[in-house]
Design a protein. Structure first.
Length: 186
């Protein structure tokens, strides 16, 4: 299994430490940030597989800004938004802006892990399909080259066959000589 890395953003240290401990125990490499500025600085310095951020973090840079920074850095970064003030509007807004998922606080760690597992499986399937597409492209290129080579060989054989027919049908030369010329052309 691939070792994924994650950035957790929340102003509550206890939540950060709990999420970090849980993800570390599941094999994730985890960085933390206490505010949006710290988070966007970390995102600028490192490509993350996951960013899990609270929507409401203190300072000028909020959770939606962290989401935007993560998606601008890499569209492949999966962002999970979390909040204690969950509303349908916030969830819709988060998804429209590129969030992969939305969870409510207090966090249910089993639910978070199930969601991360689903995202990981989707990511692995996507990578597999990209590898498959690439393999098919290579196969198609190889097939195209083989077909082109076969078409050239067919043309050359047709040309040679036509020349041999012409030699064999030349009645001004005796049969033995025509056959000898035809054999030499091969």
């Amino acid at each position: 299994m691939k070792r994924y890395n994650a950035l957790i953003v929340d102003d509550e240290e206890s939540i950060l430490m709990l999420i970090k401990a849980k993800l570390n125990s599941e094999g994730y490499e985890v960085d933390i940030a206490y505010n949006g500025i710290e988070a966007t600085d970390r995102i600028a310095d490192r490509l993350y597989d996951f960013v899990i951020t609270d929507i409401h973090i203190p300072g000028k840079i909020h959770g939606f800004d962290v989401l935007k920074a993560a998606k601008e850095r890499s569209n492949r970064t999966d962002v999970i938004m979390m909040t204690a003030f969950g509303t349908v509007e916030n969830a819709v807004k988060a998804v429209k802006r590129g969030a992969t998922d939305f969870v409510q606080k207090p966090l249910n760690f089993d639910e978070l892990m199930v969601r991360l597992d689903k995202i990981n499986k989707a990511r692995e399937l996507n990578e597999y399909s990209e590898d498959l597409r690439e393999s098919m492209d290579v196969s198609e290129k190889g097939s195209a080259e083989t077909i082109r080579d076969l078409e050239i060989m067919i043309y050359e054989l047709q040309t040679k066959s036509s020349e041999i027919k012409h030699v064999l049908s030349d009645e001004s030369v005796d049969a033995q000589t025509r056959i000898q010329k035809a054999i030499n052309m091969l």
